[in-house]
Design a protein around this ligand. Structure first.
Ligand SMILES: Cc1ncc(C[n+]2csc(CCOP(=O)(O)OP(=O)(O)O)c2C)c(N)n1
Ligand code: SF4
Length: 290
């Protein structure tokens, strides 16, 4: 029997991110998590959105699809439904995931298909050079909010919990060990898992910096923590800390979407024999296209 050696999930591509960008740490944590879980590149798909964050797909050595802006969720869910044997991971920025992709995000959460969603949340649009995003704080001055943001920011962790999320965690780029652990737990979780990562944009966000997060973040265990199976307690903790809390905030075990599909556990769609006689195929074409 062939001995399988651990793989590093590295590629030859040279990261294009600005020196110091928080996304380097997210990549490192994801590579470590996949390696430590003993995953094989041929069984993993990374679905990346558009943004600096979306470049992660080029640097992570598995199958990778770089999809349209805001569309990681439909593609990731489709892949998992077609082939349950794959580990499906999606990666977005806060603009990609919580702006243009927000509607898909909410439905993916409540649908609870077994995949892991990593959102690199830098509170700004990095790729397009510094416009405010759905998670930008009020009064934050950017090129599109010269007098400061007027809008209330989205709180993605609470939003996910309100939509029925079964796994919600938050990491910080400066704590790769914790982030690796959270990603491993998220991948192991049976159902949809959200890992929001506070991942500083060192070029365009001079407010939510590494120093800002180091000074303001608390660990979920600080002060005794809360029961991670208690949705209301998790929401309270996030609200009380203004979202500045890292760790596993909520986890619920139970069936995921796929468990309800008749026949799904036996044969993945990609391996199912779907033979359609030409006569049937012609009939369908005629019915729909005349
Ligand atoms: C349909 C569409 N609208 C707008 C854009 C322009 N655009 C590209 S990336 C982006 C936002 C990037 O911000 P974020 O998702 O937070 O990622 P970051 O670059 O900060 O990692 C926008 C608006 C686009 N590529 N496609
Ligand atoms: S612009 Fe910001 S988010 Fe983009 S690579 Fe540079 S530091 Fe990272």
């Amino acid at each position: 029997m062939a001995v399988q050696t651990k793989v590093s999930f590295k590629t030859d591509a040279k990261p294009w991110w600005c020196p110091g960008c928080g996304d380097f740490a997210v990549l490192a944590a994801l590579q470590r998590a996949a390696t430590q879980l003993g995953l094989r590149p041929e069984n993993v798909v990374l679905v990346a959105g558009i943004g600096c964050s979306g470049k992660i797909g080029d640097y992570f050595g598995s199958y990778n699809i770089h999809v349209l802006h805001g569309r990681t969720m439909p593609v990731a869910q489709g892949i998992k439904l077609a082939n349950r044997n794959l580990t499906v991971i999606a990666a977005s920025g806060d603009g990609d995931g919580y702006g243009i992709g927000l509607n898909h995000f909410i439905h993916a959460v409540r649908r609870n298909i077994d995949l892991t969603y990593i959102v690199m949340d830098n509170h700004i649009y990095g790729l397009t050079k510094g416009q405010y995003s759905p998670t930008s704080e009020k009064k934050f001055r950017t090129v599109t909010s010269p007098a400061g943001v007027y809008e209330q920011p989205i709180q993605p962790l609470v939003l996910a919990l309100a939509a029925g999320a079964t796994f919600v965690a938050q990491g910080f780029s400066s704590n790769v060990n914790q982030l690796t652990d959270l990603i491993m737990k998220a991948i192991r979780h049976k159902g949809f898992s959200l890992v929001n990562v506070l991942s500083p944009c060192v070029t365009f966000n001079k407010v939510n910096t590494y120093d800002f997060f180091r000074a303001n973040l608390v660990d979920v265990a600080d002060g005794g923590g809360h029961d991670p199976h208690d949705r209301t307690a998790a929401m309270r903790r996030i609200t009380e800390t203004g979202g500045l809390v890292t760790g596993l905030l909520y986890e619920e075990e139970g069936p995921s979407f796929q468990d309800y599909i008749p026949g799904y556990p036996e044969t993945p769609l990609t391996e199912a024999k779907i033979d359609l006689p030409t006569s049937e195929w012609d009939k369908i074409l005629k019915e729909h296209f005349g």
